[in-house]
Design a protein around this ligand. Sequence first.
Ligand SMILES: Cc1cn([C@H]2C[C@H](O)[C@@H](COP(=O)(O)OP(=O)(O)OP(=O)(O)O)O2)c(=O)[nH]c1=O
Length: 194
Amino acid sequence: MYTGKRVILASQSPRRKQLLEQAGIPFEVKVVDTAETFPADMAIPEVPVHIARQKSAAVAALCTAEDIIITADTVVVLDDTIIGKPKDREDAIRILSALSGRIHRVITGVVIKREQQELAFSKETAVHFKPLTTEQITYYVDTYKPYDKAGAYAIQEWIGAVGIDRIDGCFYNVMGLPVSNVVEALESIAAENN
Ligand SMILES: Cc1cn([C@H]2C[C@H](O)[C@@H](COP(=O)(O)OP(=O)(O)OP(=O)(O)O)O2)c(=O)[nH]c1=O
């Protein structure tokens, strides 16, 4: 069990909160709005950590020096292009049509910060979508309204159960937090500080 310093999860994502709770980590949530930007020439695997670092810097002012701050960012990558959150219904339908029958990558970057120390890593999961029908896509978008989800879907919802037949990597990473790696990192920080 984790017995280290106060943990702050700087995220508005209910999924990240759920996953950290599931892992038995006591924590508080603090939310800040951050512009999620990255240089156009940045290599895609580096982008999620870069954005998580921006979130971390934005929340630091609200925390004490002792606090351990966790931030994360999840991107969906198809054909070397980052697909963000859908702008609207049409965009969600377009994105899911593009993912249908294909394999894409989901990369979550995590930054764990305490005082001047920073631990940053990212994890990748390959996700294989079965071919989806137009009916399935419109049903999902209209019922689940996945506008706050990278790639316009959530693996933990209906579409994950019926439309995804295999993944290679961590399931929770697709949901937004590679939680076993986060726990491991917190335990190593706690051990260093004891
Ligand atoms: C691909 C996928 C994404 N998601 C979610 C995880 C993230 O919440 C969201 C990606 O957006 P993010 O920008 O990573 O996170 P967020 O805006 O929700 O929260 P914050 O920046 O405050 O931490 O998509 C799922 O829940 N399931 C999935 O299968």
